[in-house]
Design a protein around this ligand. Structure first.
Ligand code: SF4
Length: 314
């Protein structure tokens, strides 16, 4: 039976399938966001509509001014920077707890890093790329939270990384006491090992020394450590090391042929000839056969709802 998953709250650019709010009056259907709707509570927002620009509307652009960037509407010459910054701060402060952001790429408001920056309010002359004004405010307000744009989410590895983190965070935030936090850490041990071994050990120490510390502060410190440790997608050698660690549990019960087969599979995984799912499936079947409950329950085997797992290897 599929475990009960808490539903992460994710802020999303409203034009990604929620409302026809693009400057052109379009809505952009997004199959990944659509698939997530069954498992995620989305909070759609269109910053440009929120600051009073209509639909359709004349385009806006980012313009380099000295060391900074302004948001300008070339057709009217209006500088919208102050309005956008004020809305962004107000909106983000009102959000409460959220687990992540999916924002529209290339937008002067929503892009996380690839909005064009122009030399002038009118005419050509792109001088660089950067984050849109709303996305800049998101980064300042929630520096550690998972954030992706819809373009990067089409990459299976980046998508798996994003989903792993938002569901882990939702699960972590539902933990209410130290034993629960320790159980969470035990469950995510292999996954943390695959991301950052030193950080995983530091989180273990944090919990070992956590007795007597106010729980909310302890959970916040653990959450920060967890988000830092998983900030980047896993590297293949680190993941292979975590898988080898899990394999160690079965050394005494496997035949030489089974051991050789797993090590071959691991080598293929390192060389990107087989997906992560191949060695994981083998380890999981051994864990089930041997009744290895610690391994069976590892989040690495199922870091987010099974209904989304198909997307992991597509
Ligand atoms: S990219 Fe952002 S500002 Fe532009 S239409 Fe979409 S939600 Fe609105």
């Amino acid at each position: 039976m599929e475990p009960l998953w808490p539903r992460p709250k994710v802020v999303v650019s409203a034009c990604l399938g929620f409302a026809a709010v693009r400057y052109s009056g379009e809505l952009i259907p997004d199959r990944i966001v659509a698939a997530l709707r069954e498992h995620v509570d989305f909070i759609p927002v269109c910053p440009e509509v929120e600051i009073g620009l209509g639909v359709p509307r004349p385009t806006v652009r980012l313009v380099r001014v000295g060391e900074g960037v302004r948001m300008v509407q070339p057709q009217t010459g209006e500088d919208l920077t102050g309005r956008m910054q004020a809305f962004s701060q107000r909106f983000l402060a009102s959000l409460g707890q959220v687990e992540g952001f999916i924002l529209k790429n290339r937008s002067p408001s929503c892009a996380l890093k690839d909005a064009k920056v122009y030399a002038h309010a009118v005419g050509g002359g792109v001088v660089g790329k950067g984050a849109g004004l709303f996305a800049q405010a998101v980064e300042r307000a929630f520096p550690l939270l998972p954030k992706e744009d819809e373009g990067r989410l089409t990459n299976a590895r980046l998508r798996a990384h994003f989903l792993t983190r938002i569901f882990a965070l939702a699960r972590l935030r539902a933990v209410e006491d130290l034993p629960g936090l320790m159980a969470f850490h035990a469950r995510y041990k292999l996954l943390l090992h695959a991301h950052h071994q030193a950080a995983a050990r530091a989180l273990g120490r944090l919990l070992a020394e956590g007795k007597g510390r106010p729980f909310v502060a302890l959970r916040r410190a653990y959450e920060e450590g967890f988000l830092q440790a998983t900030r980047l997608p896993f590297r293949l050698p680190s993941m292979a090391d975590a898988l080898l660690h899990a394999f160690g549990h079965f050394k005494g019960v496997l035949s030489p042929k089974e051991k050789a087969h797993f090590l071959d599979l691991l080598a293929d995984f390192r060389e990107e000839r087989v997906p992560l799912e191949a060695p994981l499936a083998l380890l999981r079947s051994w864990a089930l056969r041997q009744g290895e409950e610690y391994l069976e329950g590892q989040a690495l085997f199922e870091p987010y709802p099974r209904g989304l797992m198909e997307a992991r290897s597509s």
